[in-house]
Design a binder for this molecule. Structure first.
Ligand code: SAM
Length: 227
């Protein structure tokens, strides 16, 4: 494949949001082109979503990273691959899936942890001490499941870190995910960036002065009471 550049406006926006230099993103794009050849899959994300994943890789390599919902491991493998190439082996990259089909594939060597479990159970195994820079929520797309993942992720991501979502697009996103994002008023309270292409991606910057860990739980408990 030609090493054409896809460094477009959205990539610049994503990069600025994360505070990453344009040069660094361009380097990462070079890495990514050969990654895409390696892992090209029928249902691979479209270009804009690929750009999002590239930027997310920076976060994965700059701190500890957790992904909820791995499926074929499109995004997760990229995180592991990029981390290994950048010799950031000390960063924890881990994931949770209720049924991860790629679990035993050899290219997942170097993945610190894959929890073969429901996120509702697996999240208990992590603590604030894991100091996650970023959590990517792409598991249960129903409202309650996604709301739960937001609430528990809030505890685990450090202040100033990021929570990212897939399937937030207006047309082709998942209604449950969008409802959960609205439920926590993430778009009203926090800095965020989104790209509404196909399935849609969104990233919010965690600011615990605006929503404490306790508040996240309180909101979730209210939800449970309302049922
Ligand atoms: C859309 S796929 C994830 C795609 C993946 N992030 C990628 O980039 O290829 C959603 C995954 O979430 C998993 N999942 C659904 N509900 C879950 C739950 N409660 N806990 C953990 N994983 C869950 C499913 O098994 C499925 O593999």
């Amino acid at each position: 494949m030609e090493n054409e550049t896809h460094f477009d406006y959205d990539s610049v926006k994503f990069a600025e949001f994360y505070g990453i230099s344009k040069d660094a993103v361009e380097n990462m794009f070079d890495l990514f082109f050969d990654w895409r050849e390696k892992y090209a899959m029928e249902n691979s994300p479209n270009t804009y979503e690929e750009n999002f994943l590239i930027i997310l890789s920076f976060i994965a390599t700059s701190g500890n990273y957790l992904e909820i919902g791995l499926d074929q491991g499109v995004s997760h493998r990229q995180m592991v691959d990029v981390r290994n190439r950048l010799n950031m082996g000390n960063r924890i990259i881990c994931g949770i899936d209720i049924n991860p089909p790629f679990f035993h594939q050899p290219d997942m060597v170097g993945c610190k942890l894959v929890w073969n479990a429901d996120s509702k159970d697996a999240m208990d195994h992590f603590s604030e001490e894991d100091n996650f820079e970023s959590i990517f929520i792409d598991g249960d797309h129903e409202f309650e499941g996604c709301a739960f993942d937001i609430c528990t992720s809030w505890h685990l991501v450090k202040d100033g870190g990021f929570i990212s979502f897939h399937d937030t697009g207006k047309k082709h996103g998942a209604p449950g995910v969008k409802k959960a994002i609205d439920f926590y008023k993430l778009k009203n309270k926090f800095e965020y960036i989104e790209a509404d292409y196909k399935h849609g991606v969104m990233i919010i910057k965690v600011d615990k002065s605006k929503m404490s860990n306790e508040k996240a739980v309180e909101i979730l408990e209210k939800l449970a009471d309302d049922d």
